[in-house]
Design a protein around this ligand. Structure first.
Ligand code: 13P
Length: 254
């Protein structure tokens, strides 16, 4: 199916790969995907590998992303990373509000919104993650949870900037579990998110925002998920840690 939104498929390497291992992986991905132009391809290594991966990606069709950043500019914030430090390595995207950070670092929506604003102020495109837990799905409050995450995490953005924002719908129960949302479950939530964007902004804006699916995406399920009308890409964890499987996901999505 031809969509008017270009697919964006990103690998979230999470807390994996030393700088040396990251170079091996990115060189493998480059070889596998050298001629692919139909999809925006992004890799998000850990901070310590950004410099090396950035150099390896010079003049390639693959873009660089980070996995988090501070809502603050440079200053006395021990252990944090500011947007200009990412820009130095040609980082274009930054994952914000991943469910692991929402869970383990207790990141709330308003902090994620401040990070998204800070990212845009430095011309970094945020990939803002939302998604319900299993308990929330079973309690039938998926739309309530995801709706308030979308509203809270994108609060204050202009129409122009939300169009430069990627949303990743990642049901927490599907992350790293091998359990993928069914095509119907994914499409339903993606369409719901687009509806929330229409209410927050307008229909035309909502139609231009790319919404990725994440949660146990692999080569065998990528084609079906990527063909759904409101699914515009994937945020891939485990299957992005190996060049062949990440490349197969992308090839199967075209
Ligand atoms: P898995 O693909 O390992 O389920 O992880 C998904 C994810 O959290 C990507 O951000």
């Amino acid at each position: 199916m031809v969509k008017d939104r270009k697919l964006i498929i990103a690998g979230n390497w999470k807390m994996n790969k030393t700088a040396a291992e990251a170079l091996d992986l990115v060189n493998g991905i480059k070889r596998e995907l050298a001629n692919v132009k139909e999809v925006d391809i992004v890799v998000c290594p850990p901070f310590t590998a950004l410099a090396g991966v950035s150099e390896a990606l010079l003049n390639s069709n693959i873009r660089l992303g980070a996995q988090n950043m501070s809502e603050n500019g440079p200053g006395a914030f021990t252990g944090e990373i500011a947007a200009p430090m990412l820009k130095e390595f040609s980082v274009r995207y930054v994952i914000l509000g991943h469910s692991e950070r929402r869970q383990f670092q207790k990141e709330p929506d308003d902090l994620i919104a401040r990070k998204a604003a800070a990212a845009h102020a430095s011309a970094l495109k945020p990939i803002v993650c939302v998604g319900e837990t299993l308990a929330e799905r079973e309690a039938n409050i998926t739309e309530k949870i995801v709706g308030s995450q979308v509203r809270g995490s994108l609060a204050g953005l202009s129409r122009e900037l939300v169009e430069e924002t990627v949303i990743a719908y990642e049901p927490v129960w599907a992350i790293g579990t091998g359990k993928t949302a069914s095509a119907q479950q994914a499409q339903d939530v993606h369409a719901f998110i687009r509806g929330v964007l229409s209410e927050m902004f307008d229909d035309a804006t909502a139609r231009r925002v790319r919404i990725q699916y994440g949660g146990s995406v692999k080569p065998s399920n990528a084609r079906e998920l990527m063909s759904l009308p409101d699914v515009d890409g994937a945020l891939v964890g485990g299957a992005a840690l190996e060049a062949r499987s990440f490349a197969d996901i992308i090839r199967n999505s075209i």
